[in-house]
Design a protein around this ligand. Sequence first.
Ligand code: 13P
Length: 253
Amino acid sequence: MKIPLIVANWKLNGNENILTKYVKNLYNKFNNVKNINIAIAPPIIYLNILKKIIGKKNIFLCSQNVDIHENGSFTGEISAKMLKDIGVKYSIIGHSERRNFHKENYEYISKKFNILIKNNITPILCVGENIKEYISNKSIQTCINQISCIINNLGIKFFKNIVIAYEPIWAIGTGHAANKEHIQKVHKNIRKYIKKYDKKISESIIIQYGGSVNIDNVKDLFFQKDINGFLIGKSSLEINNFISIINNIQECL
Ligand code: 13P
């Protein structure tokens, strides 16, 4: 069985005090856990502070963003090299909030993917359809379009050891997750699509689900064959909630 990956995406929330206490708590609780990988994606300015708490243990740092350049005159940006420098392991790219609010297109996301791989940071590539696409039965095709652009630009070898997060836009932050059958179908088809290029990669790739995951639905979702972890927003912000979610997953292992 693949080691599940659970990521807390803090988005634009928290402060130094809250995040420090949160990560200390998480560290004390899961420091020695081997059968589950946990990562925290705080706002980027707090990554370095949190690094000092978690050290090199099995709770990992994840960035919410990265620039497409390594250095140079790009005011306000953070490079993959800098993230690597402070020990970041994962970076979220292609999140629908960045695709929509920051107008990041397929090509731009593909450049981010490339620079992360070059710097040995694991991309968590978010894909997912909007409500219109969902209603018109285009969930799978939308996700495959988002993935195929990167495969066409960079090649399937770039997908070795990366993470895909299926996040239907209509389920994010609504309190209503997609149903498990729908998620399983999308995940299965993503895997099947990758298999056309590389069987080994398709079998080993971690496919997370994100969109209103909570304590009550996490077990049911985790029992689906092709769900290998979760990218969690709102329900990860409160420490006891997040700990309970992880505990629930552990009970399934
Ligand atoms: P919610 O868990 O708040 O729905 O957010 C999901 C998400 O966007 C994680 O990246």
